[in-house]
Write a protein that binds this ligand. Sequence first.
Ligand code: PLP
Length: 435
Amino acid sequence: MSRNQELQGRRDAAFARGLGNQLPVYVERARNAELWDVEGRRYIDFGSGIAVLNTGHLHPKVQAAVAKQLDAFSHTCLMVTPYESAVELAEKLNKLAPGPTPKKTIFVTTGAEAVENTIKIARAHTGRSGVIAFGGGFHGRTFMAMALTGKVAPYKAGFGPFPPEVYHAPFPIAYHGVSVQDSLDALEHLFKYDIEPARVAAIIIEPVMGEGGFYIAPPEFLQALRKLCDQHGIVLVIDEIQTGFARTGRMFAIEYAGIEPDLMTMAKSLAGGFPLAAVVGKAHIMDAPGPGGLGGTYAGSPIACAAALAVLEVIQEEKLCQRAEQIGTLMVSTLRGAQKLLPAIGEVRNLGAMVAIELVKNGDAHQPDADLTKALVKRAAEKGVVLLSCGIYGNVIRFLAPLTASDEIVREGLGLVVDSLRELTAVAVKTAVNA
Ligand SMILES: Cc1ncc(COP(=O)(O)O)c(C=O)c1O
């Protein structure tokens, strides 16, 4: 029995099965865009720990900032005896958040917690209860975040009842025949059939759906949402947890739409691998809840704040927004080349270095191939690439290479992925011929 197999056996016995596991690969060490398992095998990391490592594994600057902080203190609780790094980070995020309105910040620990807090703040500000989210969206695993998430299996099945007054509208996905107008019409129908806009506290949306399949919300849709929210006094919440911190070629994906969110959620790549999340928003909205209504024991951990300040420096110094665009262009041109030979690739799409391929049967958008997607994740890992799947239909491969990865590593990883897909689809073609 290999060391990975032995650990997998122990894992299966020790953990509840609800805690998913993509690959039976146990990590020993990691640097930048590579990791090595307990058997000494090397992997190219195209998952970045689910979009957490835009600055790569253990960026030297992040590592040094954390080491320095560990020499000083590790925890005091921001709500008890605060520290300058947290204040400095909040000031920086307030400046980075798009739009002219003065901003304020709160820190929490996880993305789901940030989402929960946006709804608390929006309700406190508006005195209203309703919340609208989008089908296929993912906002986390706590109760309100689950309610907002627009995918039943595996995230909601068996866990209800959920907080009431949450409604879903369809996310505009041209590839699946849902236009911007269809989504806007559906919102009007919601206002007609389910809840009047004057009772809606917030609309929450990911500018690019993460877990849902890397579908990009068209700028005109986000602009229309901004207008709708202004018209009805609804708080517009932009969930940038997966899209933030240079991933899409801008600091935040919402910048492509040129609108100012009321509230934004941030987490994942904010602190380069340390648990930190934030809500950043218009100051007068953020100040709605009373003192003590927001916070958490580990919210704004000094270690994570030190890491986040270093992450922001690295993004600027290494021009990671530009680099995201370069990586996106390189990946898309390679994958579009592969698409010409491999009809299983139904669509290649990207916003900067948030790149995805959607795998289908018979070149048909309406025949998702979730089995091939699973097989590709497995085969790519056997060849030494960590890949993540996602998608409403489980048939999307998302590429989330660290933005610090070299062209050589990106090319090498993509080559292995395309080889894997070629092998798997050749087998499928042969099986179909034999049948
Ligand atoms: C868009 C989005 N929102 C919220 C979350 C939840 O974040 P966390 O897993 O840190 O609670 C995620 C996590 O994948 C996400 O991608």
